[in-house]
Design a protein around this ligand. Structure first.
Ligand code: HPA
Ligand code: MG
Length: 187
């Protein structure tokens, strides 16, 4: 059976809180931030978060690959680059989860080559116990233990991104059984 880690209600509260933090920071600023969502995982969170931001923002997306199943390689390969000129602009990168911090740090380093004014970082989940480089996000939804998690953008073998809650795996056999029987949906 699925094990709940973050409920729909808690996700709503996180979006409202971070939305307000971003609003408070940028309201009245004549340089509105560009919010860059990291595909595919951050998409559901980003869509809920932006509706809680009550000031001018622009949106963009990036996609890079780095994660091979449950292991982080620390190598960033750009699959889709930004399509906005961020030079001199405030940027907020939105991620679904940060663990080692290596790929997120590389992403920030890469976006700095476009000479933005400032890059802020935002993540829904922070698996701090797995950090391998010094890396603090400016906006954090929730700190979580070292579990493999899925749902609400986060995938297990590309599935389960379409749920309203976030779950964790304590027995991988159970989720493998679920994927072997796709006629049944228990979420
Ligand atoms: N689940 C899905 N994707 C991830 C995770 C996780 O626990 N950690 C880093 N990327
Ligand atoms: Mg991600």
């Amino acid at each position: 059976m699925k094990k709940l880690l973050v409920s729909e209600q808690e996700i709503k509260e996180i979006c409202a809180r971070i939305g307000k933090e971003i609003t408070d920071k940028f309201i009245g600023d004549e340089n509105p931030p560009i919010i860059i969502g990291v595909l595919k995982g951050a998409a559901p969170f980003m869509m809920d978060l932006i509706k809680e931001i009550k000031c001018f923002v622009e949106l963009d997306f990036v996609q890079y690959s780095s994660y091979q199943r449950t292991k982080s390689t620390g190598v960033v390969v750009m699959k889709k680059d930004i399509s906005t000129d961020i030079k001199g602009r405030n940027v907020i990168i939105v991620e679904d989860i940060v663990d080692t911090g290596k790929t997120f740090a590389k992403m920030v380093e890469y976006l700095h080559t476009y000479e933005p004014l400032h890059i802020y970082t935002c993540t829904l989940l922070d698996k701090k116990a797995r950090r391998e480089v010094e890396f603090e996000c400016d906006f954090v939804g929730k700190e979580i233990p070292n579990y493999f998690v899925y749902g609400y953008g986060l995938d297990y073998l590309e599935y389960f991104r379409n749920t309203k809650e976030i779950y964790y795996i304590d027995d991988e056999k159970i989720i493998i059984d679920e994927l072997n029987n796709k006629k049944e949906w228990n979420y």
